[in-house]
Design a protein. Structure first.
Length: 327
């Protein structure tokens, strides 16, 4: 979460920013959510901390605070490092981690590519110690992977034609891995490497040491999107950022209020879904913003009357849903 300021202190630090706000001080927010994305708790870290370094501290904090038992840590490959995995093992934690299957040793990648998986099928490959690699395949993912590769290829071709690529672009970042250089000036695309990548389309790997079935491992990992979605709600719908505060207590208060608002938002979402209201939380909020209450006082009485002004069917539906008194 970044600040509209340039000065740093013990909490607000410049660090890695996914929003490209590297010049602004920021804080790192850790969020604990339920299986369906309902926010349960949070913690705040200094802004110059890499998110991978916050994984173990926040797990230990929540485990101690709530006395969790049989905790299974689920994290994407962005938090996956040898150091973090070893710390999880040393702490006796079970885990499900996104695996970078293309970067594994030759013997493992060969086993993966020899799998003959149909749509939504999965297989298990034994790893060192108690670890096992679950590999799943989806046709829909294969289609998406192929389209993304083609889109990346098209961008590279346009950049080459426009003379926008140089020697510095010859690296393994993203789709730049398809680039090759002849001599000192000629940059072209290695189509063999591009076509060879298609054999990975649709495959997804999960590293785990827990005793769940292959299907449950994949299901639990898929729930990570609830965390991402809750963060998106906080950042966009609740406008938690940017922060304009400087004092630590005010920053903590801002995060606390935003967290409470997020809980209210998710509860609204739950109620709307539970009662099949036909409106999303975003739609309901926008409709509520258009409903006004007026106060009326006649010239002949000191009594003040209050009424909600309902002008369309959507407003009436929301009022009925919450069983609000029009008078």
């Amino acid at each position: 979460m970044y600040f509209e300021a340039s000065d740093e202190d013990d909490l607000r630090k410049r660090g890695f920013s996914k929003d490209g706000k590297h010049q602004h001080p920021q804080i790192v927010l850790g969020l604990l959510v339920s299986e369906n994305g309902y926010p349960l708790d949070y913690d705040i870290f200094e802004g110059n901390k890499y998110e991978g370094e916050t994984l173990l501290p926040i797990i230990e904090h929540f485990t101690s605070k709530y006395s969790f038992e049989n905790l299974v840590v689920v994290a994407d490959s962005g938090l996956l490092s040898k150091s973090n995995i070893q710390k999880l093992k040393d702490g006796g934690y079970q885990y499900i981690l996104g695996a970078r299957i293309k970067n594994m040793g030759n013997s493992i990648t060969e086993q993966i590519l020899n799998l003959k998986l149909g749509d939504k099928e999965s297989a298990e490959i034994k790893m060192e110690g108690e670890d096992k690699l679950i590999v799943g395949y989806k046709k829909s993912r294969a289609s998406k992977d192929g389209k993304n590769r083609k889109r990346g290829l098209d961008k590279l071709e346009k950049a080459i034609q426009g003379g926008k690529l140089g020697k510095s672009n010859i690296n393994n970042r993203g789709y730049n891995k398809y680039l090759t250089m002849s001599g000192e000036v000629s940059i072209s695309i290695n189509h063999d490497k591009y076509n060879d990548d298609s054999k990975w389309d649709g495959l997804k790997g999960y590293m785990t040491n827990c005793n769940l079935s292959k299907e449950d491992v994949i299901k639990q990992y898929s729930l990570l999107w609830n965390i991402e979605r809750t963060f998106r709600i906080s950042k966009s719908d609740l406008q938690i950022r940017p922060l304009f505060h400087r004092l630590r207590k005010r920053i903590e208060s801002h995060i606390c209020i935003s967290f409470a608002a997020c809980k209210v938002y998710k509860e609204l979402e739950r109620l709307l879904k539970e009662k099949n209201a036909g409106y999303s939380a975003e739609q309901a909020i926008e409709i509520i913003k258009t409903i006004y209450k007026v106060k009326i006082q006649t010239p002949y009485s000191e009594q003040i009357y209050e009424r909600l002004i309902i002008k369309n069917d959507d407003q009436k539906a929301i009022v009925d849903f919450f069983d609000l008194d029009l008078n």
